[in-house]
Design a protein around this ligand. Structure first.
Ligand SMILES: Nc1ncnc2c1ncn2[C@@H]1O[C@H](COP(=O)(O)OP(=O)(O)OP(=O)(O)O)[C@@H](O)[C@H]1O
Length: 590
């Protein structure tokens, strides 16, 4: 137990005004039980403190958090913290990430940032910091991301020459002068909303920033929160709006247009109330809307899943986010910890979690809206005159992408993270047209779902009787069913015409055993020339994933290699015109 760190945290707790009471008790274990606290391996020091959206008000009491000298990650974002930048934070010499955004800090920034030699991410955006940007930022040789947007900073932008700096945001301040040469590599939008001179010397590659339509709306007086053009702010607003709609929805359906107009005056109040609750949003959100567009957004129910209802919040320019409202999430702390793990994952084949909301009664997750809908919709939904068949190239990319995404999930959280609900309705297409997987690990958090009502029934491995106890091997099984679905075009549970319900894995096995392999494949696929070898290879992989014994299934990393080889193999050995569709059934499926 890190006794001194614990005392520092208790001193902090006893000297702040905090509206959502933290569960920090002298008698409980700081490393194992306290919300937002992470210790090192031997539990001798606190190394991360994440108190996002905890409703903390007022200034940070001096000589409290600054005693956490081993802390590397400090996040106090989305609270109501006021006062100046705590000068004693200079003692936190091990800091790597500092998140103080969306608070009410004021006064100048510290003049000497060189104390924090390891700092990599600094987010001080959406506060009331004034004065100039200190030159000492240049000494932060490990800095990768600096966000000072939506403050009251003035004066010239210093020449910050840090090669590692990849992300910069200085929008909506009162900065003057021109953009220094060292920062010309960043796009003009990261400097917009300032008083920079026209000879800002932006290189011709960066078009001039169009006038900001909603400039007046970025004033703090309007919404009480400074959102301006900040990208992350959009997620918050969308979240708040949807909360508003959801509350209406609870009273009976989504609001009509006139109800929306009536309700708009109430939205601001709701926004500020909710802001002081438990909003947490993650970096990297690249959505960009005008605030007006956001206020016009409407909510639509996409569907009711096992764990709650999913909404689309759409904006006038067709941009949208998806809000999942989860029911029956038993433990707040577990939910928050899980969201922090998921929110930090950035991978091309994993749908990024943009934000979440957590209170005792309400839990929401926010992700991007995928216009083409899910792989399930692409395979099975009839649109307009009929279904547009999914071509083999797309199906192959879905399979490769999903495999890569799941393999990455299996490496997270010390190799303990499991998806637990892999199915076609949780897979979308990323910008490169590869599969991208969503809803990671939610099943493990929820109340157990009886196998009979599990919507994922057809994908569920035979050994899984409790929906919360999925494993890497059961994920491999579910992925195998997904492959069979892509190859056959059939749902994981389907009927053959009579009353009988057929499980896809069993059906494929029986057809292959009868040596009618060609009958297995979706007729839409058989139209494509020269793909027999690839689809047969893929079928073999799918069948190896759905064997009954979990220990006989391949590991996800092997599956990635195998599905990638399907394409590689056939380019190296082009298929003969007469491909043999025979498959040997060596491994009985259930
Ligand atoms: N980000 C998204 N973009 C587009 N459609 C989505 C998105 N997220 C979910 N959907 C669609 O919304 C519908 C409801 O999704 P939801 O996740 O609630 O249920 P489900 O996937 O059918 O079941 P489960 O709750 O077991 O995952 C599904 O058709 C799903 O594909």
């Amino acid at each position: 137990e890190p006794v001194e760190d614990k005392q520092a945290l208790l001193d902090f707790l006893h000297n702040i005004h905090q509206s959502n009471s933290l569960n920090w008790k002298q008698s409980s274990s700081v490393c194992r039980e306290w919300t937002g606290v992470t210790c090192n391996g031997d539990q001798s020091r606190v190394i991360a403190l994440r108190l996002q959206g905890e409703g903390i008000q007022g200034p940070i009491p001096p000589n409290t958090l600054s005693r956490l000298s081993a802390v590397q990650i400090l996040s106090l974002r989305s609270n109501g913290i006021s006062g100046s930048f705590p000068s004693d934070f200079s003692k936190l010499g091990n800091l790597i990430d500092l998140h103080l955004q969306f608070n009410n800090f004021s006064g100048p920034l510290p003049s000497d940032f060189s104390e924090w030699k390891n700092l990599s991410i600094i987010d001080l955006s959406n506060n009331g910091f004034n004065g100039s940007i200190p030159n000492s930022f240049s000494n932060l040789t490990h800095l990768t991301s600096l966000n000072l947007a939506n403050n009251l900073l003035s004066g010239f932008i210093p020449n910050i020459e840090i090669p590692s700096l990849q992300s910069l945001n200085l929008t909506n301040n009162n900065l003057t002068g021109s953009v220094p040469r060292s920062l010309l590599r960043f796009p003009s939008r990261v400097f917009s909303g300032n008083n920079l001179s026209s000879e800002t010397a932006l290189p011709p590659a960066f078009p001039p920033e169009p006038p900001r339509k909603n400039k007046k709306l970025s004033e703090p007086a309007i919404l009480g929160i400074v959102l301006g053009g900040c990208v992350l702010g959009f997620a918050v607003i969308a979240l708040l709006m949807v909360c508003c709609y959801l509350k209406k929805d609870r009273r009976g359906g989504l609001p009509t247009k006139s109800q929306k107009r009536e309700g708009s005056s109430k939205k601001n109040t709701l926004k500020s109330q909710e802001k002081s609750n438990r909003f947490v949003f993650f970096e990297g959100c690249s959505l960009a809307f005008d605030l007006e567009d956001l206020l016009r957004a409407s909510a639509e129910v996409l569907g009711k899943g096992t764990f709650g209802t999913t909404y689309k919040a759409a904006f006038d320019d067709a941009t949208a986010v998806v809000v999942k409202r989860l029911k029956e999430v038993p433990v707040v702390k577990e939910f928050e910890q899980h969201m922090e793990v998921i929110g930090s994952i950035r991978h091309p084949n994993i749908c990024a979690l943009r934000a979440y909301y957590c209170s005792k009664d309400e839990k929401l997750t926010i992700i991007d809206y995928y216009e083409q809908r899910s792989v399930s919709a692409m395979l099975h939904d009839t649109i307009g005159e009929g279904r547009i068949p999914l071509d083999w190239e797309t199906r192959l990319r879905i399979a490769i992408g999903a495999a890569r995404g799941i393999a990455h999930i299996h490496t997270q959280n010390g190799g303990k993270l499991v998806h637990g609900n892999i199915k076609a309705s949780n897979i979308f297409l990323n910008s490169e047209g590869y599969g991208c997987i969503s809803d990671i690990g939610l099943a493990a958090l929820m109340s157990p779902v009886p196998p009979s009502v599990m919507r994922a029934a057809g994908y569920r491995a035979p050994e899984i009787t409790d929906s919360r106890k999925a494993t890497h091997a059961s994920d491999v099984y579910s992925y195998g069913v997904l492959l069979l679905e892509l190859l056959t075009g059939k749902s994981p549970i389907h009927s053959t015409g009579g009353d009988e319900v057929v499980h896809l894995a069993r059906w494929v096995h029986s057809v292959v055993r009868e040596e009618w392999t060609a009958e297995v494949f979706d007729v839409d696929l058989l139209r494509y020339p020269n793909i027999e070898e690839e689809i047969v290879e893929m079928l073999k992989i799918g069948m190896s994933c759905v064997v009954r014994m979990p220990e006989q299934r391949p590991k996800m990393t092997d599956v990635v290699r195998m599905v990638e080889d399907v394409r590689r193999g056939s380019t190296e050995n082009p298929p003969s015109s007469e491909t043999n569709l025979e498959i040997s059934v060596s491994n009985p499926t259930p």
